[in-house]
Design a protein around this ligand. Sequence first.
Ligand code: UDP
Length: 526
Amino acid sequence: MSVPPSERRVLFLIADTGAGHRSAANAIHHAMRMLAESPALSSPRHAIPDHRSPARTSRVYDNSGWNALIVDAFVACSRFPLRKGVSLYGPAIKHSPRLYGQFFRITNSKSRFRTAWRFAKPFLYQGLAHLLLETQPDVIVSVHPLLNHITLQVLRDLDVRVPFLTVVTDLVSIHYSWMAPGVSECVVPTEEARRFAVSNGMPAKRVHLLGMPIDPKFAQPPAGTRAMLRAELGLDPDLPTILLVGGGEGAIGLGDAAMAVGLSDMPVQMVVVCGRNKTLYTRLQQARLRFRVPTGVLGFIQNMPDLMHAADVIVTKAGPGTISEAMACGLPIVLTGAIPGQEEGNIRFVSENELGMVARTPSAVLDALRELLTPCSPRLALLRANVGRMSRPEASFDIARLILKYLPPIGSPSAWARAQRSAAARRYRPRPGHLSRQPRQGLHTLNAAFTASRGRRRTLQGGRLLAVLRARTGDRSRRIARLTDIIGARALLLRSTSLGKGQLRRIHRPRRLDEDTAPTQSDDGM
Ligand code: UDP
């Protein structure tokens, strides 16, 4: 069965815990689009080792005829209580970062992660299976650690061999859940992350040190001088400019640092990006009336590259996305703290490589800024040189090329079509020794359902899908049923058909890939 070019599909699995995962997926997708639009970019700057079959290795990918879908798998596919649990990430890192850190540490080993995941899996497995059946991707890219093992499990149960790549979006404090044996490729951003992956069972040939995916706009030379960019943003062109950020959630010391700078007498101006933290946004909008430093307070913004190019220094929590973006813009970094567990290693990364300064208290922030913003500051010059040297601004392009290599050539059957064919072959030519076994009803029913739904883009009958998954998963489904019985959630599991349909309808409305889920707040005269 030939697959029309427009059917080739890359599925990015993300979760909007913070904003880094969506930013990374958007960045890779943007790089893929740019590769398609300008063929000159298609020759890799860094050679990407390729260990697959010579036939596929020698294929020249044409960068066209694909489309991409970015899906928050927890919003689209999971159910209560997992869905609710994941949505608590924002409040947890704002109000109880230590508690979150405990959770990170407790689950950060092979056995403990497995135990935790065994409890969580029933609340995501079926929705994810719906998503994969409905979208039939040719390549899946996971940009979130909690989606790797389960996606591989669903693909194994469905017996469909879709290339599955993980892009690790933590710099050095890597959670064990990132390491999923069986992935086609695992992309890591730093040497520490590469070592962690290899020492935790990932085959070295599948681990690629390509850098952190950041939007190509961060690496592009700005359209003018800093003064010109400031003027365009409505800022004073001649005043040193501090950018304050706390990740997508506006967390970890952002409010205190903004208050300290605002009430100081430094000859500077500042822009505070509160992200999705509406409480902080409102508080700072009121407080800035008392500030002596000219201040712009913003909500969740889409033009971070413009602000980074216009600023002299950034004050931020140790978010891997923000650190990597600041490095690409040649911006020295002042770190106010880190999300316990997952970002603590980034503080060491920044201080050991002399990319910035660590200032955990408001007075330390002021000291650091005074040192960096004195005219001709030697420290500022040193930090700028170091961030420029360590940055990997082309990472998104390298990752995009790796993904594009996995798209099946135009006209060749997709993994889903191959799965259908092989299921048919198994059914009509049973191998000796398999005759006594039950026919593979599961996949056969599944394929019939595929065929029935093809073209009409209709979701599968939930009951039938459940039967298919039960047949495919055997004992596992019995264990799941037992668990759901115990916690009284069986009814939810059986009702999930209608839930799944509603979610899939939402998935089917393709998003503009540069848009974000967060409400954009007013930009207060910037
Ligand atoms: N970001 C953004 N707009 C905002 C706040 C943040 O686009 O208003 C982006 C930022 O550029 C970065 C990501 O959100 O790409 C934050 O990622 P990071 O890893 O620093 O922190 P997280 O939010 O994931 O904790």
